[in-house]
Ligand binder design. Structure first.
Ligand SMILES: C[S@@+](CC[C@H](N)C(=O)[O-])C[C@H]1O[C@@H](n2cnc3c(N)ncnc32)[C@H](O)[C@@H]1O
Length: 211
């Protein structure tokens, strides 16, 4: 008996999140309304590891929130690589700018404020990695918009695809977020242009590989 939980054990045997991200995480938990939205220590280290393994040159993140996941992915990128991260809520700017400029990887991040549905068509890029993590009602739309911009062999990650287990229940008619995740998951299941697997990490992270 060690007196710690399995989650604590996993974190204690994985890399630390570091001083900057740990301060961001604490600040978000004290001062923001929905701190659970940020990726957190374990998923953050996994996103960094994906970047180490895949060595993407161009990343698109849809839904910045605090910039936690952005900073994690930037840590795993090589020099000259770039993340475009999109956030609709410009009230997050002060929080994001408290931390992003302090990262030694800040040059690898381009932050855009506005609606992803409007910004994505203006991005003149081909992406190696896309992280979909914004409005759950719009996941299918983000996917359709971004798919032509992903190179063959590129990876799309979609967060929260188990949606707190609600994917197993019939959604209440007013619950548009659960309905959005359900229709996204159905769409991905049927799409023959991709290979996919749901990682049972945190709230479900779907990995989608473009053939
Ligand atoms: C779950 S949080 C993102 C968390 C972040 N990716 C992380 O892992 O730390 C979702 C964010 O998406 C933003 N968002 C929602 N709809 C959006 C849209 N259409 N375009 C851009 N951002 C959007 C929200 O304002 C919110 O800050």
């Amino acid at each position: 008996m060690t007196g710690i939980t399995l989650d604590e054990y996993i974190l204690s045997y994985s890399d630390e999140e570091g001083v900057l991200l740990s301060a961001l995480n604490r600040d978000a938990n004290v001062n923001l309304l929905r701190p659970r939205m940020l990726s957190g220590h374990l998923q953050g280290r996994i996103l960094k590891m994906f970047c180490r393994m895949l060595r993407p040159r161009r990343i698109l993140e849809i839904g910045t929130y605090t910039g936690y996941a952005t900073l994690c992915m930037a840590e795993g990128l090589e020099e000259g690589a770039l993340i475009h991260t999109l956030e609709i809520n410009d009230e997050m700017e002060d929080f994001i700018m408290k931390y992003l400029p302090r990262s030694p990887h800040k040059e690898k991040i381009k932050l855009h404020f506005g609606d992803a549905l409007e910004i994505i068509p203006t991005l003149d890029e081909t992406f190696d990695l896309v992280f979909i993590d914004a409005d759950k009602r719009l996941y299918a739309e983000y996917f359709d918009l971004v798919f032509p911009l992903v190179r063959q062999g590129g990876l799309i990650l979609a967060d929260n695809t188990l949606w707190d287990g609600k994917v197993l229940e019939k959604p209440h008619p007013s619950d548009k977020q659960t309905a959005g995740i359900l229709s996204f998951n159905d769409k991905i299941k049927e799409d023959t242009r991709i290979e996919k697997v749901i990682l049972p990490l945190r709230d479900g992270l779907t990995m989608i590989w473009k053939k």
